[in-house]
Design a protein. Structure first.
Ligand code: 5GP
Length: 206
């Protein structure tokens, strides 16, 4: 007998440069019972990004409208732009009987935890400061001033790790994805999430 598990939210947060995007991509490829929650953002589209695939790119006015209509499950300002998760996006994922994967920051995570949804928070850390600086440098043509600003933001983000249920260090991508897969599998096996468990156990009564 295989039990179905109640669907839940998996939040991945990390400072930029910790490899969260690569992790999400691998997870989605590996586990077809997970779907990515695609956020809305007011930040401009980067090269290679597709609307509705990476983000739903909207204007400030559209974002404001959504807030007024209470359409967001959570929203926050990150690096000067606004990001948010639409309630409808998560409803659609749960309707497909999938778990929802969120690539959002600590502010969004805090709001999700206050909602009535079941949330599992995973914080991804880079293996060392040296490696983090290296990754940040290869990511952009940053000036020294810009790098310092980013490092400060990274430190602020990292200070929120105690609020998460799990912390994973991304030294080796494959290993990290494997560990997160184990976390998700264990969370699915939680007694409270197993649908029809009591009904099944009751069959053993004599
Ligand atoms: P980027 O613009 O580099 O894709 O993302 C910048 C930051 O915004 C990342 O830390 C990412 O996790 C966060 N982010 C992306 N979407 C959302 C969202 O819907 N809500 C919140 N709170 N943060 C988000």
């Amino acid at each position: 007998m295989v039990f179905k598990s109640k669907n839940f939210c998996i939040v991945l947060s990390s400072p930029s440069g910790a490899g969260k995007t690569s992790i999400s991509r691998r997870l989605l490829k590996k586990d077809k019972s997970i779907a990515l929650s695609i956020s809305c953002t007011t930040r401009p589209r980067r090269r290679g990004e597709k609307n509705k695939n990476d983000y739903i790119f909207i204007t400030d006015e559209q974002f404001d409208k959504g807030i007024k209509k209470n359409e967001y499950l959570e929203f926050a300002k990150v690096f000067g732009y606004r990001y948010g998760t639409l309630k409808q996006t998560v409803i659609n994922i749960f309707n497909k009987k999938k778990d929802a994967l969120f690539d959002i920051d600590w502010q969004g995570y805090q709001q999700l935890k206050q909602s009535n949804l079941e949330v599992v928070g995973i914080f991804v850390l880079p293996p060392s400061k040296k490696e983090l600086v290296k990754r940040l440098k290869t990511r952009a043509r940053d000036t020294k001033k810009e790098m310092k600003k980013r490092m400060n933001l990274v430190q602020n983000e990292i200070s929120h790790f105690p609020e998460y249920d799990y912390v994973v260090i991304n030294k080796d991508l494959e290993k990290c994805v494997e560990q997160i897969t184990c976390i998700i599998e264990s969370e699915r096996l939680k007694k409270s999430r197993l649908i029809d468990l009591t009904k099944f156990v009751n069959r053993f009564r004599i």
